[in-house]
Design a protein around this ligand. Structure first.
Ligand code: WT7
Length: 651
């Protein structure tokens, strides 16, 4: 928590309050704090009734449920006897009234554009669903998705959901090694990929990465390849199959698989405090209910909105707020493939102007990058279509919040800072834009039915104003159900701090109004430019290099990325530090995990400071990493030796 010291100081002095603009509230779904309070009380008084009502409102049920919740801590089953299908809820349900409404407005990085209606999307999904069936995919089978941000990524997810297959999307920025580890852990039978995707004018070689893993992805029988970046597809392995060829002769209709509420929907890998990423498992009904509900409430979604969430489908934000939440609501969702500043710094603003986007949901790191690029870029474009702004992924500093509100939102759009996690499945703490007065830097209040509390390690409530650990003390429908293949890790990671209470891994405090102020991770997870990384993962990548003996990776505050990665590395006997080796190690991490995990700084040391029991003293390293921030001249080696010596003497 010490890392975010500066931020906390500015946040502590933050006293500005912005009530929802009257004109916004009047038209909003939830118009006042009385509305919020009423729902909150209702949910607290009778959670079964509250969530049961929500579930009946949000979803079409093939079979109704009788039991809202079966809670055997820490295991929850929601809407137990019900049967539904998420693809049906995203597509078929809308066909009578929205067949010709755009479901997806797509823009590729090179400038290619497509508008896909609900009718068209439905057909594409059915054809692919039938194609997957023809490959032998059945209910419960796992399917990997490793695609760029193109409409087919959504088609792929929905096709899986339609037939009850469990998707596991791997972010296109992850490397061969990362892909292979995830596909093996999930036991994926089929992988859906593309020849490549566009990013900053270059091709991300997805197919090449998949091909390099073909032999080691032991459960993968077929790889379906979409043509995106090349003129033709070169498929040089009998496992490879062209997407077009697979869907060409398939039927346009496909009966949905009516799955039980608790049928697994997807596995999404995320970083934890140990080396191996966790496969967070979400199930069908509970996840769907909350993704749908929160999209409508938090973004005050209306029929004519053009909604743009800039996240990649490789992250949970892309699952819940690019694909499922908006489509369940029959909304028009914008998908943009590429980098925010390619080919020019105004690319985002250009997109907003062209599609007349009304809602923008993006990450603080992007906002800070735009701030740095200068106001002239957004000022050139017509952003008057915007009516609501959202932020997600890390704490937003008040300066960035104000800039977002004023420069992008023209001072008229409410800003919703939404706190949640891969594990929570959907937004948990957030303003309701027509109701909640906002304060720059605060995610404000838990949504009705969400019991967020700040406790100490003994489970005592922490007084207002003081920092503590953020727990969710009651189950909620879109909570993760387990860590795939490792049920004990589920219990250990989330429910061992305080039995029966979900530990978020975040530090937070509340203010006098009960507003939540998130203070960052308290475990060995860091948030680099909105991407969640486990320091242990980066360490094990470094240690897998033949010259590295030991590595310790810590976060350091960074104006742009929120947190930057600093790696302290000791070398094996006979190897000398050099600038070339630094480069090589950074490259090695990119190869093992992906460019997002590439350390911003590598420091060679002769020894790492450790406790007598051999634990690396991370807090000390964090101080070293942060302390050297402003100095150009890094006498790392000596500093560390001194520290190491000091510590050894101490013990
Ligand atoms: C971690 C979860 C949730 C989708 C994207 C990230 C941090 C997320 C906020 C926010 C402060 C935030 C937390 C959380 N975080 N949103 N609005 N304010 N911190 O999902 O990769 O699972 O990361 O992101 O530290 O634990 P994720």
């Amino acid at each position: 928590m010490a890392e975010t010291h500066q931020e906390i100081v500015s946040v502590l002095t933050e006293a500005r309050v912005f009530p929802p603009p009257q004109a916004f509230s009047q038209r909003a779904l939830l118009k006042s704090m009385e509305d919020y309070q009423r729902l909150w009380d209702e949910a607290a008084r009778n959670p079964d009734k509250y969530w049961g009502d929500r579930a009946r409102e949000e979803l079409y049920w093939k079979e109704p449920f009788q039991t809202v919740l079966e809670w055997k801590p820490p295991h929850a089953r929601w809407f137990v006897e019900g049967r539904t299908n998420l693809a049906y809820n995203c597509l078929d349900r809308h066909l009578a009234t929205r067949r010709d409404k755009p479901a997806i407005l797509f823009e590729g990085e090179p400038g290619d554009r497509r508008s896909i209606t609900y009718g068209e999307l439905s057909t594409q999904v059915n054809r692919l669903a039938n194609g997957l069936k023809s490959l032998g995919i059945k209910k419960g089978d796992r399917v990997g998705i490793y695609l760029p941000m193109v409409p087919e990524a959504a088609v792929a997810m929905l096709a899986c959901a339609r037939i009850g297959a469990v998707h596991s999307v791997v972010f296109g920025g992850f490397s061969t090694e990362a892909l292979q580890e995830r596909m093996n852990d999930a036991g994926a039978k089929v992988v859906l990929t593309a020849d490549g995707g566009w990013r900053k004018g270059a091709v991300v070689p997805l197919l090449k990465n998949v091909e390099a893993a073909l032999k080691t992805m032991t459960t993968v029988e077929k790889v379906v390849v979409l043509r995106r970046t090349g003129d033709s597809l070169a498929l040089n392995d009998s496992k490879l199959l062209a997407w077009d060829a697979l869907v060409k002769d398939q039927s346009d209709t496909c009966e949905p698989e009516w799955v039980e509420s608790e049928h697994p929907l997807f596995i999404l890998y995320t970083s934890g405090s140990t080396g191996k990423p966790k496969g967070v498992l979400h199930t069908t009904a509970g996840y769907s209910v909350m993704a749908s509900l929160t999209t409508r409430w938090v973004f005050d979604l209306r029929e004519d909105d053009v909604y743009w969430c800039t996240a990649d489908v490789g992250w949970v934000t892309g699952h819940s707020y690019v694909v499922y939440g908006p489509l369940m609501n029959g909304a028009t969702t914008v998908i943009y493939e590429g980098a925010p500043t390619h080919p020019a710094p105004d690319r985002f603003w250009d997109i907003i102007e062209r599609y007349k986007a009304t809602i923008l949901y993006t990450a603080p790191t992007a906002i800070r990058a735009f701030m740095r690029l200068g106001e002239e870029h957004p000022r050139k474009k017509d952003l008057s279509s915007l009516r609501l702004l959202g932020s997600v992924g890390e704490p937003i500093n008040p300066e960035a919040w104000m800039w977002y509100r004023e420069v992008i939102g023209g001072g008229r759009c409410p800003v919703v800072d939404t706190w949640w996690q891969t594990e929570t499945g959907s937004i948990m703490i957030s303003p309701l834009p027509g109701a909640t007065p906002t304060k720059p830097g605060s995610a404000t209040l838990p949504l009705p039915g969400i019991h967020a509390e700040i406790l100490d390690r003994q489970g005592n409530a922490v007084p207002k104003g003081q920092g503590g650990l953020l727990f969710v003390t009651q189950p909620w429908p879109s909570m993760l159900r387990t860590v795939y293949g490792d049920p004990e890790r589920y219990v250990r990671t989330y429910f061992s701090e305080l039995p029966g209470k979900y530990f978020t891994g975040d530090g937070a405090r509340t203010d006098a109004d009960g507003y939540f102020w998130l203070m960052g991770r308290v475990d060995d997870v860091v948030n680099v430019a909105g991407h969640r990384l486990g320091t242990a993962e980066v360490e094990s990548a470094l240690v897998s290099h033949p010259r590295v003996s030991e590595a310790a990776v810590v976060g350091r505050p960074d104006d742009l990325k929120g947190t930057a990665l600093v790696a302290f590395v000791t070398l094996k006997q006979g190897h000398a530090p050099s600038p070339e080796l630094k480069k090589e190690l950074a490259q090695h991490v990119s190869k093992e995990i992906g460019a997002i995990a590439r350390p911003d700084e590598i420091r060679f040391a002769e020894a790492l400071p450790k406790t007598r029991s051999g634990k690396i003293m991370r807090r000390l390293l964090r101080d070293v990493a942060a302390g050297k921030q402003s100095s150009q001249d890094t006498t790392t080696l000596e500093d560390l030796n001194v520290l190491a010596a000091l510590q050894q003497n101490d013990e």
